[in-house]
Design a protein around this ligand. Structure first.
Ligand SMILES: Nc1ncnc2c1ncn2[C@@H]1O[C@H](COP(=O)(O)OP(=O)(O)OP(=O)(O)O)[C@@H](O)[C@H]1O
Length: 793
């Protein structure tokens, strides 16, 4: 073509999908078609063979339109030929152009041989064609060219040779693609245009069109069967393919199995699951449960690496859901009137229309005990009280064998404390009332005998028993920190006022003398709350103290059975020789706890809520990249900046904003607190020397109105800087914002720290500061899991 040359490289078409290939326009006036596929090649051939240069320009546009049609057909499973035919059928302009060429576009080169289309003269400058204008009567200025006789001969020879080659190649199997392509040197000399070169090349490679298509079809079938995602590069413009735009990838999806096949598979899997559970004990079910439903998610690799949470099966969660829906009101639990009264009046004061939380619906009916207390085993005669400084012997008692064990696990701030306290107090009160009734009956009987004449012969001497109630509690609650002991003891005291039970707290804050007086001053103590260290010390010196203990509750059990506490918690349990119920309670079940419980208490009953290990979606987590501007690695600055932003927002108008900042190491608390104080924030830290109880009280109490004149900014904020000391169990229900100054070491710490906000259905916000030493991927995974509402692993 004279004015326009559209050069097309040889294209391959795989998998029935037109592939775009780069082409070039040589002439500056040419229409640039950046990419084209083989299906469109035919059109261009037609244009080049039939049209003069100036008319090839609009043809380029037609080709673009044609190409878009073939691309849209590409996802169908028809062959390129069929696609081509369909595309022509759809495109009116092209159809007309191909079927009956317009008179308007035909010009001087009509009838020119495809060979040497660009030059009408040979090397010697002689005209190749005898130019003779012939009016064919079909067009306005149609011209025809007569071939010179020698050229005519050469042309017919060439045609003959091509046909022969094609016949031969179709009888031979096609070589592999790499073998097919000859090196540049081996290639036949260019003959005519590049278009011609392309067809010559194909001929020289002895590839028949049929063989090529068969190969493509096979490749396509393979791809579909393997369900490999192949890609079609399309250029996106208003949802339609266009040339020159950014490419994007559309994966070809594998064929979906029919619906009935899928349903049958699911049914089979469900039956298998059912059969694994039916007719087995709880322990076995739990075992198979674990085996069968190990988390299939591999994408949370970083979380898996760091975390140590145990997986809770979907079956266990389903069971819980069913149980949770059963109880809508506290009245349905069949509690004593005084327990109900205490619950509404003291436990959930100032709350209207309270209903049991999921964990309470699950736990209260399971722990309620209406049976009378069983008779006590006597104390062993050889009770050994170790002297001061003497080595402890752990296994000197015969531990109780017949107690039931429960593992209660529910998300943070879900009301676990009341879930175990209410049934415990109700049971103790029931037993107390039953005992009183029994004593009353005995008294009446005695009176009757004394009044009768035969009393001298019938009455028996009263038995000598060790059945004293002084300093021998019925229940012991062990918690890991003094702060938590204070909180739990406070709640029990409130309830006990109405229920009429006595409770005492034993922590390091209480002196030895005070404990002695409280416990052994001559009155019955029903419930003792304390830290493991203190309870262990006292019960080691006075093992008879646990003689009547029927209930032991281990709150934050994962912490109390870890390496630092297990040497204290285990012996306490062993000393309770009349133990009936051991209740382990926690918001997190690490693998270590699960293994310990399975081994030590194989018959343990697990009461686990459906959302265990999931941080509620109502808590938003934001990640602050400390290394980036404007902080440039300055974590203190980042923390102050976040606090500054919190101070400006209008989230808690009229009330003091309470914010908790968690750090990993105790030493960091002082540095962070003093920096924040320097910046004008009201920040306090909890450390060994500080009065943690009063500090925590100001964060666990009800909302506090802001001082006059300090309605806005830093004056309306209260910041607590702490380690994990305040991360477990502390009921910071009015805290809306939590800052994780350091990335927590484990998912367990993540759950407990973030659990200080968003409690009992409230909304919360959290920020985590990520610096160069932090594991970014881990934080990303936690954030993603939170967003999805999934359990952390
Ligand atoms: N049924 C209820 N309705 C409304 N509020 C409740 C209910 N039960 C408990 N609460 C309140 O929920 C708050 C959180 O309870 P609690 O401290 O027992 O949570 P938790 O599950 O032990 O949390 P953590 O795992 O952090 O120790 C408390 O302020 C409590 O008064």
């Amino acid at each position: 073509m004279r004015g326009t040359s559209i050069l097309i490289q040889r294209s391959r078409q795989r998998n029935n999908v037109p592939r775009l290939l780069p082409t070039r326009a040589l002439s500056p006036s040419a229409t640039v078609i950046p990419s084209i596929c083989t299906s469109c090649l035919s059109i261009l051939r037609l244009a080049q063979s039939q049209l003069p240069g100036s008319h090839a320009l609009p043809i380029a546009g037609y080709v673009a339109a044609f190409h878009s049609t073939t691309v849209s057909l590409a996802s169908s499973r028809s062959t390129p030929k069929e696609n081509f035919r369909k595309a022509v059928g759809r495109n009116k302009v092209l159809r007309e152009m191909i079927q009956k060429p317009s008179r308007m576009v035909l010009s001087e080169r009509v009838g020119q041989s495809p060979r040497d289309r660009n030059s009408s003269r040979d090397r010697n400058g002689n005209p190749r064609w005898d130019e003779k204008s012939v009016d064919t009567g079909g067009g306005m200025n149609r011209k025809t060219f007569r071939l010179r006789s020698d050229d005519k001969q050469q042309y017919s020879k060439e045609t003959e040779r091509r046909k022969r080659d094609l016949r031969e190649s179709s009888t031979h199997p096609s070589p592999s693609r790499f073998e097919q392509r000859p090196s540049v040197r081996e290639r036949p000399p260019a003959f005519g245009s590049r278009l011609e070169h392309s067809s010559t090349l194909r001929r020289s490679m002895k590839l028949s069109l049929d063989a090529l298509q068969a190969e493509r079809k096979q490749a396509a079938d393979e791809l579909y069967s393997k369900a490999e995602a192949r890609s079609v590069v399309r250029q996106q413009s208003e949802g339609r393919p266009r040339f020159g735009a950014e490419p994007y990838v559309i994966p070809i999806r594998p064929e979906r199995p029919p619906r009935d096949v899928l349903q049958a598979e699911r049914r089979k899997a469900a039956q298998e699951l059912e059969s694994r559970y039916s007719g087995r004990g709880r322990g076995a079910a739990a075992e198979s449960d674990k085996m069968f439903t190990r988390p299939p998610i591999r994408r949370f690799a970083h979380m898996k690496h760091i975390a140590s949470l145990d997986h809770v099966s979907s079956k266990a969660r389903e069971i819980t859901h069913a149980a949770e829906e059963q109880f809508g009101y506290f009245e349905t639990f069949d509690l004593l009137p005084q327990t109900l009264e205490a619950l509404y009046k003291d436990g959930l004061k100032d709350l209207e229309n309270v209903t049991p939380t999921p964990v309470q619906s699950l736990v209260i009916p399971s722990l309620l005990d209406k049976e009378p207390a069983p008779s006590l085993l006597p104390l062993p005669k050889n009770f050994h009280k170790p002297k001061r400084g003497e080595a402890r012997t752990v296994n000197e008692y015969q531990p109780s064998q017949n107690f039931q064990t429960y593992l209660i696990a529910a998300e943070t701030g879900s009301g676990k404390t009341l879930a175990y306290i209410i049934p415990l107090m109700d049971t103790l009160k029931r037993r107390e009332l039953a005992k009183k009734e029994e004593e009353k009956a005995k008294e009446a009987e005695k009176e009757e005998i004394l009044n009768s004449k035969t009393w001298m012969f019938d009455i028996e001497a009263p038995p000598v028993t060790q059945d004293t109630t002084v300093g021998r509690p019925f229940a012991v609650i062990i918690v890991p920190t003094t702060e938590l002991a204070f909180q739990v003891a406070n709640l029990i005291k409130k309830l006990a006022y109405t229920i009429k039970l006595r409770t005492e707290m034993i922590t390091r804050e209480v002196s030895g003398k005070a404990i002695r007086e409280r416990l052994f001053r001559g009155q019955t103590t029903d419930i003792v709350v304390g830290t493991p260290f203190m309870i262990d010390r006292i019960t080691e010196a006075n093992p008879e103290m646990l003689h009547r203990t029927s209930h032991i509750i281990v709150d934050e059990a994962d912490s109390l059975f870890d390496r630092s506490f297990s040497s204290l918690t285990g012996p306490i349990i062993n000393r309770a020789i009349n133990l009936e119920k051991l209740i382990l309670c926690s918001a997190t079940i690490p693998k270590s706890l699960d293994a310990y419980v399975s081994k030590t208490y194989p018959e343990c009953k697990r009461l686990v809520t459906a959302n265990l290990h999931a941080i509620p979606r109502r808590v938003q987590l934001q990640v602050i990249e400390v290394e980036k501007d404007p902080y440039r690695g300055n974590k203190l600055l980042a923390c102050a900046h976040v606090l500054g932003n919190i101070s400006k927002d209008q989230t808690e108008p009229g009330y003091k904003k309470r914010i908790v900042v968690f750090v990993n190491e105790r030493e960091t608390t002082a540095a962070v607190t003093s920096f924040l104080q320097e910046k004008g924030f009201d920040a306090v830290e909890i450390n060994r020397d500080s009065d943690s109880r009063s500090i925590l009280e100001s964060f666990t109490g009800e909302k506090e109105a802001v001082d006059e004149g300090k309605e806005d900014g830093k004056g309306a904020m209260k910041i607590l800087v702490t380690t994990d000391l305040a991360s477990r169990g502390v009921d910071t229900k009015t805290v809306k914002n939590v800052i994780l100054y350091d990335v927590p070491y484990t998912s367990i710490d993540f759950i407990h720290r973030l659990g200080r906000t968003g409690r009992m259905g409230r909304r919360g916000r959290a920020w985590v500061l990520v610096d160069k030493d932090s594991n970014h991927d881990y934080v990303k995974e936690v954030k993603k899991t939170m967003f999805l509402g999934q359990a952390l692993i």
